[in-house]
Design a protein around this ligand. Structure first.
Ligand SMILES: Nc1ncnc2c1ncn2[C@@H]1O[C@H](COP(=O)(O)OP(=O)(O)OP(=O)(O)O)[C@@H](O)[C@H]1O
Length: 578
């Protein structure tokens, strides 16, 4: 990523509010540098009031006046209060920016899953990787970056002040600091080299964990546990080793600064006394400022090293940001203060523009594919110049051998995938636009029953955007042969989080009942009757036949029963209607 793009994307990530806070922190650090200057003057005032300096002392071009110890104490207290406020502001702003960016990035992640139609965002391992690794470390980067920037500004101003106080000594200090900086920079290069490896290992780890948790039984039965364990353990070891190395070099860089700084201080004092014969009072102020300068420099190099450690994750995060970022992280949603949240999150959700609205009857749509060609990246095309129409109110069956593209066709039909060429449309709209319409009711039942934690009634009403009463619910449950279970358990039976207590077929029928209750204009069934016996499957086929004219139905199935009343069956193996 080029520097210019990096800066542009960083500003986009921070937003107006973030940039304002960053400027706020930088201004605070300028104040801290000025406070250091006043402290060096105070030291001279103290020396005069203790009688340790009898000669008339000049600081910069001003004569240093004699001030009573009481007045000096008052000035010191005032300076301490200002310093306390400004220092707290700087560090808290960095912490705030860290949390603010973490909030924005995580919100963006969730937004992408729910509102974007790309296949990439449906990969749970990739999403977990982003939230737990990329975004958390990116926000750490922001905190270290803010602190480093503040320290850099503070250090630069201190250097300018050093030149004002004693330019010859300051010049030697500059050369020394440049040499120290070069050494620290080299060490930081090693930080970056090691840190770059960390996200790669984390990806391996996430993928490995997802694989074993999904296929636990298979792995156990195949006696592959040792192999899988070793593979993940290796990724873990590499992750820790690279992280530890990055931290080591970062700490080394932090400690190298002050160590070499003290050596530099000794050199400057010797040269100043032996060669420049600088006035004692000026030298004391200079030494105080130089020690503050070296301390700031070492803190800066520490922050810089840590920022370097997290930079690879930050860069990857920036690359994941797209044009929807501002929409997903709207400023109005993010009113958090330096010390906490201002608005409740719940309110934001209900304000969201894509919330469901109650709506009345909608006409069933016509679906068209015009010269659609689609291939997954680096693969042969699955469809080439596919042209077909699913008439409104018709019932279409999609069959075909495994891997012939049934799911892919459904993804194209719902806008989850885009054709490489040609056009898919629903009622002359791009599919994603059609399915995103607030007032269009769509039914979808997949092979895996989607149930929420709640009662059977909650589940039946989930996503249903028309008014329904208990009578309608009982009627539809009767149609899908679920009356007996409702008699036994009741509509308020709570489905557990692990969905235990219901058979696979019962769960699938609840999902079918939910889809039918919504009176959809478009109904998509993807292997939705896989767990039903023939008798129940026939019952569902009959219900689907009844709603034909009101609803365009697309059914993907390996089973003939559910397709009994279909108007057209498309065999993707040969892509010919049968
Ligand atoms: N994300 C992907 N990247 C690359 N190739 C893919 C991807 N998803 C599917 N494929 C390939 O595209 C082809 C069609 O897959 P698809 O899942 O659409 O088939 P299907 O007919 O639904 O299969 P099944 O009946 O087994 O579910 C297959 O050869 C598959 O290997």
């Amino acid at each position: 990523m080029k520097k210019k793009i990096l800066i542009k994307e960083t500003i986009k990530l921070l937003g107006t509010r973030g940039v304002k806070y960053l400027i706020f922190a930088v201004v605070s650090s300028i104040v801290i540098a000025i406070i250091e200057l006043s402290m060096s003057i105070i030291i001279q005032l103290l020396l005069i009031s203790f009688g340790l300096l009898s000669e008339e002392v000049k600081f910069l071009t001003f004569s240093t006046p004699k001030i009573s110890l009481l007045n000096i104490s008052i000035i010191l207290i005032v300076i301490a209060i200002i310093r306390f406020i400004v220092q707290l502001t700087t560090t808290q702003t960095a912490s705030f920016l860290k949390e603010y960016i973490f909030l924005k990035l995580r919100r963006f992640s969730i937004y992408r899953i729910l509102y974007e139609s790309s296949e990439e965002v449906k990969n749970s391992s990739a999403i977990n990787f982003k939230i737990s690794e990329l975004y958390s470390k990116s926000s750490e980067f922001i905190a270290f970056f803010t602190n480093a920037l503040c320290m850099l500004v503070q250090t630069s101003i201190l250097l300018c002040i050093l030149y004002l106080v004693a330019w010859k000594e300051a010049f030697i200090a500059t050369i020394g600091v440049a040499l120290i900086g070069l050494i620290v920079f080299k060490i930081n290069h090693l930080v970056a080299k090691n840190a770059k490896q960390v996200p790669t290992q984390q990806i391996k780890l996430n993928e490995g964990i997802e694989k074993i948790s999904r296929n636990f039984l298979f792995i156990k039965l195949m006696k592959k546990r040792d192999e899988e364990y070793n593979e993940i353990a290796e990724a873990l070891k590499e992750y820790s080793a690279k992280s530890t190395s990055a931290y080591f070099y970062s700490n080394l860089a932090t400690q190298t600064g002050p160590f070499l700084g003290i050596l530099l201080l000794v050199c400057i004092i010797s040269i100043s006394i032996g060669l420049f014969h600088t006035n004692g009072a000026t030298l004391i102020s200079f030494i105080y400022l130089l020690s503050r300068f070296v301390q700031s420099l070492s803190i800066f190099s520490g922050y810089y090293g840590n920022a370097n450690t997290f930079f690879p994750q930050y860069k990857l995060s920036l690359m994941s940001i797209n044009s929807n970022f501002n929409l997903a992280t709207k400023e109005s949603f993010d009113r958090i203060r330096l010390n906490g949240y201002r608005k409740s999150f719940k309110k934001n959700i209900t304000n969201h523009s894509l919330a469901n609205e109650k709506s009345e009857f909608q006409p069933s749509p016509t679906i068209t594919f015009t010269n659609v060609t689609f291939a997954y990246p680096n693969s042969l095309p699955i469809f080439e110049n596919l042209t077909m129409t699913f008439e409104k109110g018709s019932q279409i069956g999609l069959i075909g051998a495994s891997g012939t593209g049934k799911s892919t066709l459904l993804f194209l039909l719902t806008g989850l995938l885009q054709p490489n060429s040609g056009q898919a449309s629903i009622d002359n709209m791009p599919p994603w636009e059609y399915v995103s319409q607030k007032n269009i009711r769509i039914g979808y039942v997949g092979a895996e029953p989607y149930l929420i934690k709640g009662t059977i009634k909650d589940n039946l009403c989930y996503g249903v955007s028309k008014e329904i009463n208990d009578l309608e619910i009982l009627n539809i449950l009767d149609k899908v042969s679920l009356s007996s279970i409702i008699k036994e358990k009741g509509l308020s039976y709570v489905i557990a989080e692990d969905q235990s207590g219901l058979s696979a077929g019962q769960k699938q029928r609840i999902c079918l009942a939910r889809a039918l209750l919504n009176e959809p204009a478009l109904l998509i069934l993807d292997e939705a009757t896989a767990n039903l016996d023939e008798e129940n499957e026939y019952l569902i086929a009959k219900i689907l036949a009844e709603i034909k004219s009101k609803c365009t139905t697309v059914i993907v199935s390996h089973r003939a029963g559910i397709l009994k009343f279909a108007d057209k069956i498309i065999d993707l193996t040969s892509l010919k209607s049968v």
